[in-house]
Design a protein around this ligand. Structure first.
Ligand code: HSE
Length: 298
């Protein structure tokens, strides 16, 4: 019995929702092959595309599945193959794709003892290993699709939000690596009341705009005065990229997850292509290799 799956990339934070908001891309992601074995052993049997640990205690997919099997009290063995297309340290949920993909496939092969929402908690164990913090803003949308909002971590409660039809995401991935662990370490732990007010106003407005298909409001809500001003220092040409995307008609622009990827949210395919071309045109003159993606949110 085996299952081949697509494990999607995700964009977390979306500027106004640090650690609570994320969305799922529909054409960027890894492939995984998971099959039952008769050895009562969990094994990572093959990894392509990236140098990652094969040891299950050191691999995010291994750790996530172990926590699921432990909860179930099951000693069923599995072999997991991971074919990475998303680079580690890219900011589009590489570790989340592996963690979420692995628990999703194992759960299916076990005849679905857990709901997709319950699987998030196991996938978060992979995130704990990857970044030192079990944040769910990548694994939740990877498992639920569309937009997810983590209402609270304790008790854990996550909501699915609607995804307006015309939304498109353009992602620029400058090929430098920023580890989530490092880009979390530089964030200040305290927030002023003035900034907190601005942030929850924007997050509330963003959620409202998803329900009302208000594209302009979506764009105006993609702001962050708390985390992005600090993290953007690590991203080459960040301010220029923001200008280039907005001049080409993007609704909003920001850091994807913990960077170095940046995202431009766009309305409609035509505008997204224009934004993508403008970014490519600007970045090709810089000294950094890059990848560009254009995706629906699904
Ligand atoms: N919310 C997490 C962070 C996402 O920004 O650190 C990491 O992809």
């Amino acid at each position: 019995e085996e299952l081949r799956i697509f494990a999607p990339a995700t964009v977390a934070n979306l500027s106004c929702g640090f650690d609570v908001l994320g969305c799922c891309l529909d054409n960027v992601g890894d492939e995984m092959l998971v099959r039952k074995n008769n050895l009562n052993q969990l094994r990572i049997t093959r990894i392509t595309g990236e140098e990652l640990p094969m040891d299950i205690d050191k691999n995010v997919a291994g750790v996530a599945v172990l926590s699921l099997l432990k909860r179930l009290g099951s000693d069923q063995g599995f072999d997991i193959e991971i074919h990475k297309k998303i680079k580690s340290g890219s900011g589009i949920g590489s570790s989340a794709a592996s963690s979420a993909g692995a628990v999703f496939a194992v759960n299916k092969l076990l005849d679905e003892p857990f709901s997709p929402k319950e699987l998030i908690l196991f996938a978060m164990e992979g995130e704990r290993l990857a970044s030192g913090n079990p944040h769910a803003d990548n694994v939740a949308p990877a498992l639920l699709g569309g937009f997810s909002l983590v209402k609270s971590y304790e008790p854990f409660e996550v909501l699915s939000l609607p995804s307006p039809e015309e939304l498109r995401m353009v992602i620029l991935h400058p090929l430098i690596e920023i580890r989530t662990k490092d880009s979390r370490a530089i964030i200040k732990q305290n927030v002023s009341l003035v900034k907190a007010i601005a942030q929850w106003g924007n997050l509330g407005a963003f959620v409202s705009a998803l329900y009302t298909n208000d594209y302009d409001l979506l764009g105006r809500s993609l702001k962050d005065e708390i985390v992005e001003p600090i993290r953007s220092i690590l991203i080459p040409y960040y301010d220029r990229l923001d200008e280039v995307a907005m001049e080409a008609g993007a609704l909003g622009f920001g850091i994807s997850g913990s960077g170095p990827s940046v995202y431009a949210l766009c309305r409609g395919e035509e505008n997204a292509v224009k934004v993508k071309d403008a970014i490519a045109d600007f970045y090709k003159d810089q000294d950094i290799d890059f990848q560009l993606h254009l995706s629906k949110i699904n």
